[in-house]
Design a protein around this ligand. Structure first.
Ligand code: CAA
Length: 281
């Protein structure tokens, strides 16, 4: 693996570009919006400065990391020489399928195609390509430079050699791979999202206020963030999308998003990114 293309320069895409570039890989960061690419580079610089101020990297590492990243506004040009493409676009099945079909057209035939999806079926993404055996899930956690886990998802046709390659690559960037099967929500969100949803239901029933609910989970369960604070951090629209995908995928209303969550998303209260969620920012 020499050249990694990352499609989508949002929170997850810029974090993924950051960690690979920092480990010496050449990264093509791709987004059709030039402003998104500029913002991503600024975020990466800010996070590298944060690492310098904590003493975990030096100035030379910052410069080499930034030098390893090239930006592209088209998938066609950005993936053409890639050994691995990691798609980190919006969590929407139709958008991801369109992107996968385009990547499949332009990436070299031996290139592995990964998705950073948090809940969408890898088998279905593989089905829109001519190389389903080379399609796999690489689910990074936010903030990517900090979180150790990469949840690796095998689609029905993902080959063993592709899984082994991605496991080794994950270890090479100093993260821990955990391999799972292709089920709605995989493992991380199948367990995380019902907890967040239950906290929202408890809040709407008036069992306690947001701060107390979060304190209980932080102090009692040693979670770094309470579930409502974490929902604001992830984005309430993302939480709702994932719950909808699990409800549909399992055909089970136990995953139905809490009415308060649905209401807040409709009102545009999406958490940190809009300045209002369960807390104000
Ligand atoms: N880039 C680089 N470094 C970062 C960073 C970033 N974006 N954000 C934080 N850091 C570093 C800090 O520099 C600091 O480094 P040191 O340990 O060297 O001092 C460390 O991370 C801790 O940060 P802070 O001291 O600023 O703050 P904190 O102790 O409150 O930790 C946190 C912040 C790491 C975000 C912590 O609150 C946490 O772990 N929260 C839970 C995060 C989580 O659950 N993520 C998963 C969400 S689910 C998901 O992503 C997937 C999905 O499908 C929805």
């Amino acid at each position: 693996m020499n050249l990694i293309a990352v499609v989508g320069a949002g929170t997850m895409g810029n974090g993924i570009a950051h960690v690979f570039a920092q480990k010496g890989y050449k990264v093509n960061l791709i987004d059709t919006q030039h402003t998104a690419l500029e913002k991503a580079l600024q975020t990466i610089q800010k996070n590298l400065d944060r690492q310098i101020s904590k003493g975990s990297i030096d100035e030379a590492n910052k410069i080499s990391t930034l030098n390893n990243i090239s930006i592209f506004e088209s998938i066609e040009l950005g993936v053409v020489n890639a050994d691995l493409v990691i798609e980190a676009a919006t969590e929407n099945s139709e958008i991801k399928k369109k992107i996968f079909s385009l990547i499949d057209q332009y990436a070299p035939s031996n290139c592995i195609l990964a998705s950073n999806t948090s809940s969408i079926s890898i088998t279905q993404l593989g089905a829109v390509t001519k190389r389903p055996e080379k399609v796999i899930g690489m689910h990074f956690m936010n903030p990517v430079p900090v979180m150790k886990l990469v949840e690796i998802i095998n689609g029905d046709q993902t080959s063993l050699v592709v899984t082994e390659t991605i496991v080794k690559l994950t270890e090479a960037i100093n993260k821990i791979p955990c391999v799972v099967k292709d089920f709605p929500g995989f493992i991380a969100n199948r367990i995380l999202m019902p907890m967040i949803n239950e906290a929202i239901i408890a809040l709407s029933e008036g069992v306690s206020d947001a701060n107390t609910i979060d304190q209980i989970m932080k102090l009692g369960m040693a979670h770094p963030m309470g579930p409502l604070q974490l929902a604001d951090y992830i984005g309430l629209d993302v939480c709702k999308n994932i719950l909808d995908i699990m409800k549909e995928g399992f055909d089970n209303t136990k995953y139905a998003p809490a009415p308060l969550l649905v209401e807040m998303v409709a009102e545009g209260k999406l958490g940190i990114k809009t300045g209002v969620g369960f807390y104000k920012y």
